[in-house]
Write a protein that binds this ligand. Structure first.
Ligand SMILES: [Zn+2]
Length: 291
C-alpha cells in the first residue's frame, strides 16, 4: 500500500453557516486551457499569477527555472517545478508519452496528498509534440508493468486512452480544490495554397475544450505600432492580451479581450470575488514574459 493518501473530494457545506464575505470561503477552482504562440505568456500566466502553492509540470522544451528569479521569495517558497524532456531532438515518442502520463498521475497524487494544494495551482505545461503523443497513447499496459515492477498503485486513473487519463487527472485535481491550467501552443492553419495568414489552431488534445471551463488565447502586440509580431527596430515594449473563447457559466463574457491577463483578473470576472493566495509576485516590472 504505497498510494498517496488523497482527499476524496467529498464535503458538505452548510449554507446557513457559510460566510460569503470571507474571501477564503467558496473558492471555485477553475480548469483552464491557455493557448498561445511562443512568447505570449502561457507559462508566465500560471507560474507567476496563479494562487499559491503552485506545482508546475513541464513537458515543454523551455526550462522554467528562469521564472524562479522573477518571483518574490514568498512565491518561490511555494513553487515546485517538475521537468520532463523528450530524450532526443525528434520529440516525444509514444513510449515516452506513456511514461510521462503515468508519472503525471503519480505527481498529481503526491502533490495533492492531504489537501495541501487546496486553493493552489496545478499547471500542465505542454510542449509542441507532447499532446499529439498523448492522444495516441494507451497507458494501461505501462501501468500494469509498473505495478508489477514496483508494487505501485496509481489510483483510479489506470485504464483508458491518453485522453481519458488526462481528463481523469484534471477532474481529480479539481476535486482536490486546485486550479488546473493546461497550456497549448498554437500551430499555423494551412489550406491548399499554404499557410493562411492570421489563422492558428491549438495543438491540443481535441477533447480539451470539453474538459475545461475556461479556454483563453494569449497574444501580444507592439506598444509602438500595435503589430502582433513586430520586428521593427526601436519599437519597444509589448502588451499582453487574453481573449476568452470559453468562459464556463459566464457565457455573456465569452469573446472578451483584456490586457495584462492574470488569474486574479480571470477569477474576478468569473466569480465577482477576489482570489485569495495571490500575493504580489514580481521582483521587477516591465515586459519579461519569456514563454
Ligand atoms: Zn511595432
Amino acid at each position: 500500500m504505497t498510494a498517496a493518501k488523497v482527499d476524496t473530494g467529498y464535503s458538505v457545506i452548510d449554507g446557513s453557516r457559510f460566510d460569503v464575505a470571507d474571501p477564503t470561503n467558496g473558492v471555485v477552482p477553475l480548469s483552464m486551457s491557455v493557448e498561445g504562440l511562443e512568447g505570449t505568456g502561457k507559462t508566465y500566466f500560471g507560474l507567476m499569477t496563479g494562487p499559491l502553492p503552485v506545482v508546475h509540470v513541464n513537458f515543454s522544451d523551455r526550462d522554467a527555472t528562469p521564472f524562479l528569479y522573477d518571483m518574490m521569495p514568498e512565491r518561490r517558497l511555494l513553487t515546485r517545478l517538475h521537468q520532463f524532456r523528450a530524450r532526443d531532438t525528434g520529440g516525444w515518442s509514444r513510449q515516452e508519452g506513456k511514461e510521462a502520463l503515468v508519472k503525471l498521475s503519480e505527481i498529481a497524487q503526491e502533490e495533492m496528498a492531504d489537501g495541501k494544494m487546496r486553493g493552489g495551482t496545478f499547471i500542465i505545461d505542454s510542449g509542441s509534440s507532447w499532446w499529439e503523443v498523448v492522444q495516441e497513447v494507451f497507458v494501461a499496459p505501462e501501468l500494469e508493468r509498473q505495478q508489477q515492477d514496483y508494487g505501485k498503485q496509481v489510483g483510479g486513473l489506470a485504464y483508458g486512452s491518453g485522453n481519458l487519463i488526462v481528463k481523469g487527472i484534471i477532474n481529480w485535481l479539481k476535486a482536490q480544490g486546485a486550479f488546473v491550467i493546461l497550456t497549448h501552443q498554437l500551430t499555423q492553419v494551412w489550406d491548399a495554397k499554404g499557410p493562411v495568414p492570421g489563422k492558428w489552431r491549438a495543438r491540443q488534445n481535441n477533447q480539451v475544450p470539453y474538459m475545461v471551463e475556461v479556454q483563453m488565447r494569449l497574444s501580444k502586440t507592439c506598444n509602438a505600432c500595435g503589430g502582433p509580431e513586430c520586428m521593427a527596430p526601436n519599437h519597444i515594449g509589448r502588451t499582453h492580451w487574453s481573449h476568452l473563447m470559453k468562459f464556463g457559466k459566464r457565457t455573456e463574457l465569452e469573446g472578451t479581450t483584456f490586457s495584462n491577463p492574470s488569474m486574479s483578473a480571470v477569477y474576478g470576472m468569473y466569480t465577482g470575488r477576489k482570489l485569495p493566495n495571490v500575493p504580489e509576485t514580481r521582483v521587477t516590472d516591465g515586459d519579461s514574459n519569456p514563454s
